[in-house]
Design a protein around this ligand. Structure first.
Ligand SMILES: Cc1ncc(COP(=O)(O)O)c(C=O)c1O
Length: 384
């Protein structure tokens, strides 16, 4: 089935008694145990909602299908999913390679766990060639990358990185939050696990925090155990909202990507804008890779740009926007404007931030689902 169809029907829920086919919210912590073992379709025992819950299970089926994985696990945040994936794989004598431009809290988590557990960390320059060179020379056991970096939107060639990792026998985990399964399916290139902050495009409405891991059965059991031990399963109400939001993923990603391109072109021509970062622009150094690995000729809904005049001028834009809300996060109907140096990039050391181009005048716009004319008018009045 196509992804639009899978996103709607992939949960497979059907109540034979009532004929209902929309997954309900199983607000229950416990399930009856009268001697016989009640198994879920993945063979685990259904007894306690810290381990399994039918609403959460329905969501997991949809996410697994959209990513082309054999199974998925839903978590109470993206960071909970990332914690479980790292803890599920890492050992004391391992080395993890992670690009220096990664989501700040992921970097902080990997560095903090590295200090406690003793595994080594190699911070790589966030470009495909540099990462591949480090994989060959440093021989890491695990590579943790984001399909599109944040906030400068460098597109990594996930297919090439996975190929080299297969040759070098190391595991690749891809955070596919920015690209979503609509643009990219890293499992098909050989990545062993995908993580998502479902808070973003997957749930898609800026009203629910969550996360997911998609992988294959042999790995899922390790991540399942860590979810159980950490107690970080998604709750049923959040799973219900996420199932609901996910049904429109395809049209939301199409719409925000189309509007983002229009806005990136508008900003490129604006006299008060110094630079625009968007892989869908022909002028972007990442346009060729993106065209090759992204599906449907779409480039995502996030655009970053630098305001001429430095920090104060950028902060003025942040204060002046009206429809666009100055707020962290991305992937919802409301367009959001973020100041990366104090949000997602604050854990990147200052000198690295400067080299990466994450300067005081950089803003990141998550393009929502509003009319493009209204967003352009809002940006125009804020810039002027
Ligand atoms: C790329 C990426 N990964 C992971 C996370 C963490 O997700 P959450 O905030 O749902 O814990 C974020 C959050 O912004 C993110 O942008």
């Amino acid at each position: 089935m196509g992804k639009a169809t899978e996103a709607i029907h992939g949960h497979e829920f059907r109540d034979e008694v009532s004929g209902a086919f929309i997954p309900p919210i199983y607000l229950t912590a416990i399930f009856e145990q009268r001697g016989e073992t009640r198994l879920t379709d993945r063979g685990t025992e259904l007894k306690y909602s810290r381990e399994e819950n039918p609403t959460v299970r329905a969501l997991e089926k949809v996410i697994a299908k959209l990513e082309g994985g054999s199974d998925a696990l839903a978590f109470n945040s993206g960071m909970a999913a990332i914690s479980a994936v790292i803890l599920g794989l890492v050992k004391r004598d391992y080395k993890i390679l992670v690009p220096i431009e990664s989501y700040g809290t992921s970097l902080e988590l990997i560095q903090s766990l590295g200090e406690k557990i003793g595994f080594k960390i190699k911070l790589s320059w966030p470009e495909t060639e540099a990462i591949i060179a480090d994989i060959v020379s440093e021989k890491p056991d695990i590579v943790f990358i984001e399909s599109m970096t944040n906030p400068t939107l460098r597109v990594l060639d996930v297919s090439e990185i996975c190929k080299v990792c297969l040759e070098e026998a190391c595991w690749v985990i891809v955070d596919n939050t920015f690209t979503t399964p609509i643009l990219l399916n890293p499992l098909k290139y050989g990545s062993i696990a995908i993580v998502h902050s479902t808070t973003k495009y997957i749930a898609g409405h800026n009203d629910v925090v969550g996360g997911a891991i998609v992988s294959n059965e042999s790995y899922i059991k390790y991540f399942w155990d860590w979810r159980r031990m950490l107690g970080s399963i998604m709750q049923p109400f959040e799973a219900y909202l996420t199932i609901r939001g996910l049904k429109t993923l395809n049209i939301r990603v199409e719409r925000s990507s189309t509007t983002a391109k229009v806005i990136a072109e508008y900003l490129s021509d604006h006299s008060r804008v110094e630079d625009v970062y968007y892989p869908g622009l022909n002028s972007s150094p990442y346009n060729i890779i993106a065209k090759r690995i992204f599906q449907k000729d779409l480039y995502g809904g996030v655009v970053s740009f630098k305001v001429k005049g430095g920090r104060d001028e950028a902060l003025k834009v942040l204060r002046k926007v009206k429809i666009i809300k100055p707020s962290p996060s991305l992937g919802g109907p409301e367009s959001l404007l973020t100041y990366p140096v104090i949000s997602a990039s604050r854990y990147i050391p200052e000198d690295a931030r400067r080299k990466l181009g994450i300067t005081d005048n950089l803003l990141r716009l998550s393009v929502g689902l509003e009319d493009s004319e209204d967003l352009i008018e809002d940006l125009s009045q804020a810039l002027e």
